[in-house]
Design a protein around this ligand. Structure first.
Ligand code: GDP
Ligand code: MN
Length: 382
């Protein structure tokens, strides 16, 4: 789950990181009132879940009320690469002497958190990594030992930070790792991490991604979910406890068990098709869950055909068949379905489907046969 800049800054502040005072607002009038209250100059910042806001005109300095009003008017409603601005963060402006970069992300291949620091901040860090990799310090953190102050100081020195600033930078790095671990984040990034003319170091921007699977440990963070930005099908699936990920193809997929669903995506791709989603109905899914799954899949207008790939274990194939029959009774799908039922109660499941004589439902015996059939049916539709 991605956080807006100001939400990230609020988490930062909880862990002792220095951030500027500000207010989140959704109207021009509230923006102006916030700016007047904070005192000028202020920065008017678009709050959307995408970076590069500055370049897109979504970050503007205002030195008086008229400018605050003008910028708030222009930025609210602005479309930043497909993200419409509904909220602004009005922040007391900072004077900048230098812009650094700091982040911690999960390096899956190294199975460890990776801290990156550079004195070249404010710009795309990918550029720094590609053009001047020697200016980017990369340091894997030992998850058991954590990040010591000594290590953090060494990183700052290695990055070329001047002597009077290494303490400030090290403090930030230690706090950033505290946010990462204690809030169960998978990414914490500060770009730019600024040095002020009076030689203080602070976070001017915040990019935080929290681990969805750990949100149950942080009910206060779960409330930070940004509504209106998520995929509507993903939101509906989450409501019903289905594991759903939207993809960009046209073949809807439903299976039980993450491994089986992933293999199904592979065989469909191998057969020349392009999956529209990943949907794991879970082990032991009942008819109601299956019905909800069908609704979620068909909520995506790009879907031209659907593949059900069920390997019955705890999940009973007759339950799945009943779910499909219930879904057809309610939503009357017009796209073809290919259904492969194998395992617990598969004979009963197939019998139920045969008796129900659902229009446009094609049984398949094996996974490969099912994939080929569904790809052919999808092609017929286009
Ligand atoms: P991003 O473009 O989405 O990464 O948004 P940032 O929050 O990083 O802001 C973009 C740029 O705006 C920064 O790199 C700064 O150069 C500038 N900026 C943001 N806040 C301030 C501020 O308080 N004072 C000044 N002088 N510049 C700012
Ligand atoms: Mn930034």
């Amino acid at each position: 789950m991605d956080l807006l800049e100001y939400q990230g800054k609020q988490l930062f502040a909880r862990h002792g990181l220095d951030v500027s005072d500000g207010r989140a607002v959704t109207t021009v009038e509230d923006a102006v009132a916030a700016a007047n209250e904070l005192g000028y100059p202020v920065v008017v910042k678009a709050q959307v879940l995408i970076g590069g806001r500055g370049k897109a005109g979504g970050v503007k300095l205002a030195s008086n009320e008229d400018e605050a009003r003008e910028h708030a008017t222009n930025i609210l409603g602005l479309d930043i690469r497909g993200h419409i601005v509904h909220e602004l963060w009005i922040e007391k402006a900072s004077d900048i002497a230098d812009e650094y970069y700091a982040s911690i992300l999960l390096d899956r291949s190294a199975k460890a958190p990776l801290l990156m620091f550079s004195k070249e901040g404010g710009i795309d860090i990918e550029e720094v990594a590609a053009n001047t990799p020697e200016k980017l310090v990369r340091h894997h953190i030992d998850a058991l030992d954590g990040l010591s102050r000594e290590e953090a100081l060494k990183i700052a020195e290695q990055g070329g930070v001047e002597a009077d600033l290494t303490d400030g930078v090290a403090d930030i790095l230690v706090s950033l790792y505290e946010v990462w671990t204690q809030e169960d984040a998978t990414l914490t990034e500060i770009n730019p991490l600024i040095v002020t003319p009076d030689r203080k170091v602070k976070a001017l921007d915040a990019k935080v991604t929290l681990d969805n699977n750990a949100l149950y440990r942080h009910p206060e963070n779960a409330e930070l979910k940004v509504h209106g930005e998520e995929d509507p099908q993903e939101a509906k699936a989450a409501e019903h406890g289905l594991q759903y990920v939207a993809l960009d193809g046209d073949i809807g997929i439903l299976g039980n068990g993450a491994g089986l669903v992933m293999s199904t995506l592979d065989v469909v791709a191998q057969a020349g098709g392009s999956p529209a989603n990943f949907l794991d109905a879970g082990g032991g899914s009942d008819a109601e869950t299956i019905k909800q799954g069908v609704e979620v899949i068909l909520g995506n207008p790009k879907v031209k055909a659907v593949l059900f790939n069920i390997f019955g274990g705890i999940t009973r194939c007759d339950e799945v068949a009943n779910g499909l029959i219930a879904a057809f009774a309610e939503i009357n799908p017009t796209v073809p379905f290919v259904v492969r039922l194998d395992g617990t109660n598969d004979v009963q499941g197939r019998e139920l489907l045969e008796q129900a004589a659902l229009p446009n439902v094609h049984p398949a015996k094996t996974m490969n046969e099912a994939a080929e059939k569904v790809v052919a049916l999808a092609k017929e539709q286009s």
